[in-house]
Design a protein around this ligand. Structure first.
Ligand code: GDP
Length: 468
């Protein structure tokens, strides 16, 4: 596949060893499983004898503690090899979330595919517009959230749909509302992160956008190019060739090559699968290459179960036969689902956080800094107090609540250091850490000084709030 060059600031900080095509994590011990699903740690039973070395504490992980291997029994024990297990338990307890956007002309099978992917019925109440209503239709953004659970692992899945995209007579800049939506989610996250209550931030950032390409055209249409170019630096775009059952296998192959060439030709930066580690085995490398060569994934959707060769399968029944959604010989549905759910979900989230959101954040900090400098220059002349610097406030927190939080923070700051409790110290340390990160981000020479000015502005605002 002709791979587009990585975008500016897009040299992926991909963690070495990030799993790509590996199957889901091997099931853990029965004791741990019980604890994960039931959330009752107290009931976990350990079937193995306790460690023999007196210097080794009793392993809470049963035989899954790496130090419980027989060859390690006599070695000195510290215990940090269990760190991955601790992380695993913590994240399973917390649950996961993932936000998937589907975009493309209406009628290309987006809703059907989403329902087939997650075995849900997300579009029960969908109202389809008639041709007249669609003439002037603007792009809407709708959001559906479902909580799914599999083997004790909870996933909050949000599907963002873009009904009306490409439907109107004039589709100029119809991608704009989609781009605005993505930016709004970044902005919300940025505000929450910079606010006072950072504990329970709800992350609505879009982690992946499945872009549906029509099987009936000759490659990409101008609207497809416009859309992908407008969004490729904001979201991970994964192109899919819709309704692949309307094409012969040869047509699918040719269309894929054409689309890949056009993606490269127009400089569109779609989601890049992380590179395989060089020490991976050949089979794994081959699977990885196959996945990369499948772009755009040729998909078929169906929510009907039909009988094929004595088996009940999800498929589409035609007078001449059955197309099976989950048959790799018929389409790339399974590859796409595995990529999205089993192998690359975390990478999609990492790229969203480390690349797309970071770009947004850096841009925001730069413009805020510029505003503060301007404001200071103006105030230098008048020496008037007060500032219009837009301090992000936590959404859903009323003014009085904000004031209360500010007062609490003031109290904390006023306390002499020796009377601070451990928790308070953590909060203070957390603030210091956050500020350090922000300082690191300030790449221009003058930014450190400007950050200090931001603090002054915040203090002034707090002072005002107190007076009020
Ligand atoms: P959306 O408007 O993009 O959400 O499209 P829908 O999911 O509502 O599908 C529009 C129509 O296309 C429906 O009649 C579906 O049954 C049909 N459809 C959905 N997926 C496929 C597919 O993979 N192949 C074919 N041939 N038809 C499909």
């Amino acid at each position: 596949m002709g791979r587009p060059p990585p975008p500016e600031g897009h040299n992926r900080p991909h963690t070495p060893g990030t799993p790509t095509l590996r199957p889901a994590a091997a099931p853990r011990g029965p004791g741990e499983h019980e604890s994960r699903t039931g959330g009752q740690r107290g009931r976990v039973e350990f079937s193995l004898p306790s460690p023999i070395s007196p210097s080794r504490p009793k392993s809470p992980w049963g035989r899954y503690d790496p130090y419980d291997a027989t060859e390690d029994q006599d070695k000195e024990y510290v215990g940090f090899a269990t760190l991955p297990n601790q992380v695993h338990r913590k994240s399973v307890k917390k649950g996961f979330d993932f936000t998937l956007m589907v975009a493309g002309e209406s009628g290309l099978g987006k809703s059907t595919l989403v329902n087939s992917l997650f075995l849900t019925d997300l579009y029960k109440d969908r109202k389809l517009l008639n041709a007249e209503e669609r003439i002037t239709q603007t792009v809407e953004i709708t959001k559906h959230t479902v909580d799914i659970e599999e083997k004790g692992v909870k996933l909050k899945l949000t599907i963002v749909d873009t009904p009306g995209f490409g439907d109107a007579v004039n589709n100029t800049e119809c991608w704009k509302s989609v781009a605005d939506y993505i930016d709004q989610q970044f902005e919300q996250y940025f505000r929450d992160e910079s606010g006072l209550n950072r504990k329970n931030i709800q992350d609505n950032r879009v982690h992946c956008c499945l872009y549906f390409i029509s099987p009936f055209g000759h490659g990409l249409r101008p609207l497809d190019v416009e859309f992908m170019k407008a969004l490729h630096e904001k979201v991970n775009i994964v192109p899919v060739l819709a309704k692949a059952d309307t094409l012969t296998p040869l047509e699918v192959k040719k269309k894929k090559i054409k689309i890949r060439e056009e993606i490269e030709q127009y400089g569109i930066k779609i989601y890049q699968f992380p590179d395989c580690d060089s020490d991976e085995d050949e089979e794994f490398k081959q699977q990885d290459q196959e996945l990369k060569d499948s772009i755009p994934f040729a998909v078929i959707g169906s929510n009907t179960v039909v009988e094929a060769k004595g088996k009940r399968v999800r498929g589409r029944l035609y007078p001449w036969g059955i197309v099976e959604v989950e048959n790799p010989a018929h389409c790339d549905f399974v590859k796409l689902r595995n990529m999205l759910v089993r192998t690359h979900m975390q990478d999609l989230k990492d790229v969203t956080r480390e690349t797309h959101y970071e770009n947004y954040r850096a841009h925001c900090i730069q413009s805020m800094t510029r505003m503060v400098v301007k404001e200071r220059n103006r105030n230098k002349l008048t020496r008037e107090s007060g500032t219009d610097f837009p301090i992000p406030t936590a959404p859903g927190v009323s003014d009085s609540e904000t004031e209360k939080l500010i007062r609490e923070k003031d109290e904390e700051v006023r306390q002499p250091p020796h009377t601070q409790t451990q928790e308070q110290e953590c909060v203070t340390q957390e603030c210091v850490d956050q500020e350090c990160v922000m300082h690191d981000e300030c790449v221009q020479e003058s930014v450190q000084e400007e950050c200090v000015m931001q603090e002054e502005s915040v203090q002034e605002a707090e002072h005002c709030a107190e007076l009020c």
